[in-house]
Design a protein around this ligand. Structure first.
Ligand code: HEC
Length: 444
């Protein structure tokens, strides 16, 4: 009773039925996969264009589900298999086994199966609760966006504006979650928030990104023993993308009022810095400027462009997360580390089939997060396809330059980095070696 899964025949374009050794049914196999991975968005009031909450809703979509799942377009999480680090926190990707099961089910005519088997209930988090509440209680600080009215149908909308954090002193962030309030949860597609803080002249500068939200996202817990600072008197710049169609037919012709997105922040106590002397962690944009012509990013019509950036540090670091950034013509990004002493280059992450609709911060599990010695070089590459072959390209006849509008391009990556010293670096290396020893011993 097991699917053969040495390699995906579906991925080679061969009929999945060829590898199905068993009857696959909705009640027995498919409901579990869909309820766990899809219903969070594809439900009443969710942002998905249709509901997938039961057999009758799923059945008409089966052929398209098979296509989108086999091509890994759904769930929307682009991160390449088989390249670099695969242990990520909050990874939405389906296993190859689940993909093969869905494809085989559709090949078999998508049957419901034994009516006596009751599929497990969908796994939908309570959208009004803070996810870290059971662990840490209510947030220490809630920063709401400015309320906005949204028509229930129409085109995508964006809201960009500043709000004050109101902090009277620098604080170390322990955890953060972004949550649309009330009806906003049906229309907010994603929301980014940046931190701005005054420089020595009192002028506000962008310091880094606070966090990023997309429907179904859990939140972010900082690694142990680090301080990611939210500075005194900082401001948050919201960039909220709303998707009016998400409200569905129930709200046709209406306006959804007072849409607010909130950031919930949990801080370490005020003495944490003093007491623990934690390493500083920050989330910053690392730019790629090789590949630029005379300081300009230029994408010729029907052409290709690639950019590259090198960054090294005068102290050892740990890389905690990686999130490339570009717009409609960017089609992929990669992240490598070059070790000058050996000439070796290590692949860390690759994101092919980039989509500007979904921004994911790829958070490395702490026991595999890259530990980078002083002087090693982060090598970040992004490449762009301005031809008609790029399905996201709205107009391959255009010259495209740098800029923040969706039709312009950008070339940077958000990387969360813990800034270590030699002692902390050696300690983490030793801990990792010890845990590898233990798991080797356990598998003997
Ligand atoms: C994070 C939210 C989210 C999750 C999780 C998600 N989807 Fe989607 N899905 C969307 C949105 C939004 C769209 C429409 C825009 C697009 O295609 O990207 C969509 C589109 C689709 C489409 C295409 C519909 C059309 O008319 O073209 C299919 C099929 C689909 N999803 C199936 C799935 C399946 C199956 C899963 C789980 C394995 C899943 N989705 C998980 C949000 C989601």
């Amino acid at each position: 009773m097991k699917l053969i899964r040495t390699l995906s025949l579906a991925a080679l374009g061969l009929p999945a039925a060829a590898l199905a050794q068993q009857d696959v049914s909705y009640n027995e196999h498919i409901a579990t996969i869909i309820n766990k991975n899809c219903v969070v968005c594809h439900r009443e009031g969710g942002i998905g264009p249709m509901q997938l909450e039961n057999y009758d809703q799923v059945r008409p979509w089966a052929p398209l589900i098979s296509l989108r799942v086999a091509s890994r377009e759904m769930p929307p999480y682009s991160y390449d298999h088989g390249i670099g680090i695969q242990d990520l926190k909050g990874d939405w990707r389906l296993s190859q086994e689940d993909i093969d099961t869905v494809v085989a089910w559709v090949e078999q005519g998508s049957p419901q199966g034994d009516p006596d088997i009751v599929p497990p209930a969908p796994d939908v988090p309570n959208p009004d609760a803070w996810n870290f509440e059971p662990e840490f209680g209510a947030p220490d600080l809630i920063i709401p966006s400015v309320a906005m009215d949204i028509p229930a149908s129409g085109n995508d909308l964006w809201s960009k504006h500043f709000v004050e954090s109101g902090l009277a002193a620098d604080r170390c962030i322990k955890a953060v979650q972004v949550k649309p309030r009330g009806d906003a949860k049906a229309v907010v597609h994603h929301a980014n928030s940046d931190i701005w803080a005054p420089d020595e002249n009192g002028e506000y500068q962008q310091l880094g990104q606070l966090t990023e939200y997309a429907m179904g996202k859990w939140g972010e817990l900082m690694p142990e023993g680090v301080c990611r600072t939210l500075p005194e008197a900082s401001r948050i710049r919201w960039d909220i993308h709303m998707y009016p169609g998400g409200v569905g037919a129930t709200a046709e012709g209406q306006v959804i009022r007072d849409n607010v997105v909130e950031i919930g922040l949990w801080f370490h106590d005020e003495d944490f810095m003093e007491r623990e002397q934690p390493y500083k962690q920050d989330l910053r944009a690392y730019v790629m400027r090789s590949g630029y012509e005379n300081g300009e990013l230029i994408l010729p019509p029907h052409g290709y462009t690639m950019t590259q950036g090198f960054h090294s540090f005068d102290h050892p670091v740990r890389i905690d997360s990686f999130q490339p950034h570009g717009h409609l013509r960017m089609n992929a990004a990669s992240f490598e580390i070059f070790y000058p002493e050996t000439g070796r280059t290590e692949q860390i992450s690759q994101i092919s089939h980039w989509s500007a609709t979904w921004h994911h911060s790829h958070i490395y599990e702490p026991d595999v997060a890259p530990l980078v010695p002083t002087g090693a070089v982060l090598v970040i590459k992004q490449w762009y396809d301005n031809t008609a072959n790029n399905p996201n390209n709205p107009d391959p006849d255009q010259w495209v330059y740098d800029g923040s509008r969706t039709g312009d391009e950008m070339s940077h990556a958000w990387i969360a980095i813990t800034h270590l010293d030699e002692e902390g670096y050696q300690k983490l290396l030793a801990e990792r070696a010890a845990s590898q020893q233990r798991s080797l011993a356990a598998s003997d």
